[in-house]
Design a binder for this molecule. Structure first.
Ligand SMILES: Cc1cc2nc3c(=O)[nH]c(=O)nc-3n(C[C@H](O)[C@H](O)[C@H](O)COP(=O)(O)OP(=O)(O)OC[C@H]3O[C@@H](n4cnc5c(N)ncnc54)[C@H](O)[C@@H]3O)c2cc1C
Length: 260
């Protein structure tokens, strides 16, 4: 077996189409509106928020005589009042690699504002098994021995099944798929695999809050601690209200603006 650590890759983010935004600003009567957003995601969320009250400048809405200036004050206010639907507009795209099916099974419970693509163990045949070893196992020599021995044994079972069914020589992809799917039943859920996960900022905030808390499972806490590290400076006005405290050796990412 191989020992691995969960990895977080941010592979995509929302981008503004400048001509389209400018055409809308011309249309609404605010052609000179600009902001100081550090990212397109934050600028986009501000645009959608201002669209609601036509608050790009005083007078566009006869009821509005003053408007809040600047992306940070604007988004701070959105988070303060819990106008969370505005931050649903911008999306992020992650890949989580070397994460177990324990972690992915917990992750896929978050349905709202998310999309997933999971490595198929019907199609991808297992050979070497790799795993993240949780702290409690690592801390015990005896526990480590049982863990490694069991993984090695299960790895051997995959090889034995592959040999018994001659899957390497099999020509029919359909049969290979069926066999691969049958063999995976003898794989452990601690097995490291890959999942692609996209989310909007409202969901991202909720998942970071619930999954870095001390009552969440170790591996998903580790992953979302890393996710927070990746996003905190890139989107300071959407993610800057968090503080990190340590709990059981892992970051607990907390805010007073929970579940906006
Ligand atoms: C520490 C911990 C332990 C857990 N233990 C268990 C367990 O033992 N067994 C188990 O089955 N699950 C368990 N879960 C999973 C948990 O019950 C949720 O399914 C999971 O956290 C997804 O969160 P969510 O419900 O907020 O959904 P999300 O999809 O993240 O949705 C975000 C929010 O949108 C709203 N929303 C989403 N979908 C709907 C809907 N259909 N209708 C109305 N509002 C909606 C809700 O306000 C929801 O909180 C655990 C989670 C944690 C963090």
């Amino acid at each position: 077996m191989e020992f691995v650590e969960p990895k977080v890759f941010l592979i995509g983010e929302t981008r503004i189409i400048e001509e389209g935004l400018q055409a809308y600003l011309d249309h609404v009567g605010a052609p000179d509106w600009t902001t100081d957003a550090p990212s397109d995601s934050e600028r986009l969320c501000e645009v959608y928020g201002r669209l609601c009250y036509r608050s790009f400048g005083p007078g566009l809405n006869p009821n509005v005589t003053r408007v809040r200036q600047g992306n940070k004050p604007y988004l701070d206010h959105i988070l303060d009042v819990g106008h969370g639907s505005v931050v649903e507009h911008a999306m992020l795209n992650f890949v989580f690699a070397d994460v177990s099916r324990v972690m992915t099974h917990e992750l896929v419970r978050h349905r709202a504002g998310t999309a997933m693509s999971q490595e198929s163990l019907r199609y991808v045949r297992l050979d070497t098994l790799s795993a993240y070893v949780p702290t409690h196992i690592r801390e015990s020599e005896e526990g480590m021995e049982v863990f490694v021995k069991t993984f090695d044994q299960l790895e051997g079972i995959q090889a034995a099944l592959a040999e018994a069914y001659g899957i390497a020589e099999e020509k029919s992809f359909d049969r290979k798929k069926k066999l691969t799917s049958a063999f995976r039943r003898l794989a452990p859920i601690g097995l490291a695999t890959t999942i692609g996960w996209s989310c909007n900022f409202r969901s991202l905030r909720h998942v970071i809050e619930t999954r870095t808390a001390p009552d969440a499972e170790e591996e998903i806490r580790l992953v979302f601690g890393k996710v927070y590290e990746v996003v905190k400076d890139r989107y300071p006005n959407l993610m800057g209200d968090y503080e990190v405290v340590e709990a059981d050796g892992l970051p607990w990412v907390k805010t007073t603006h929970e579940k906006v």
